[in-house]
Design a protein around this ligand. Structure first.
Ligand code: GSY
Length: 184
């Protein structure tokens, strides 16, 4: 991976998955979006619906709220990842059990067309196409022209159709109108 990507001043599109199943779940998600969007080198472009999802993996834990946001950024992928980890800490991320309940989880799913496999970061996210709690909200926001759009659409429709994985639309939000003061 070119360490200089994106070139100076160029904005790249990235997708971030958000999840919470401890504490004030919706408020934590909204605070995470606000933190991400307030960074000078990141701009929220689209925000999915909020889905309530049955826990996958370690199942003896409360349901999650999951969503995905599309952003534009001038930060390289590893810098963006580290920033997301710092936002998790800032929001008081608590996780007592590996795979167990957590206040906030921010995962970098996709970054432009970057493919990389490093200890710190693998892109695209290695498990994203198996997880309906990622695929369904990602389908809400993924670019029509994105190379994975058709695959995400088919997998998301299949997950909603067979209904095995316990995912329901919990709320839709208008991120821009919720976050910006009305013009006078
Ligand atoms: O990898 C994210 C944490 N996580 C989740 C999640 O966000 N949603 C659902 N439904 N199950 C999960 N299992 C884990 S681990």
């Amino acid at each position: 991976m070119d360490e200089q990507f994106p070139p100076e001043g160029v904005w790249a599109e990235a997708y971030i998955a958000l999840g919470s199943n401890m504490g004030e779940r919706e408020q934590l998600l909204m605070e995470a979006i606000a933190l991400i969007d307030s960074h000078p080198h990141i701009e929220a472009s689209r925000v999915s619906g909020i889905y309530e999802t049955d826990p996958i993996g370690y199942t003896d834990q409360p349901p999650f709220l999951n969503m995905v946001m599309a952003v534009r950024t001038t930060l390289p992928p590893l810098v963006l990842l580290r920033l997301l980890l710092s936002f998790e800490q800032k929001l008081g991320r608590v996780r007592h059990i590996r795979w167990g309940p957590r206040t906030i989880d921010l995962d970098l799913l996709l970054y432009h067309n970057v493919i990389m496999d490093q200890e710190e970061l693998t892109l695209p996210h290695p498990r994203m196409l198996e997880r309906s709690f990622v695929l369904v909200p990602l389908h809400d926001v993924i670019e029509q022209m994105h190379p994975l759009q058709e695959q995400v659409k088919a997998a998301s429709e299949a997950a909603l159709h067979d209904g095995k994985e316990g995912i329901t639309l919990w709320k839709t939000i208008n991120w821009r109108s919720a976050s910006e003061p009305l013009e006078s």
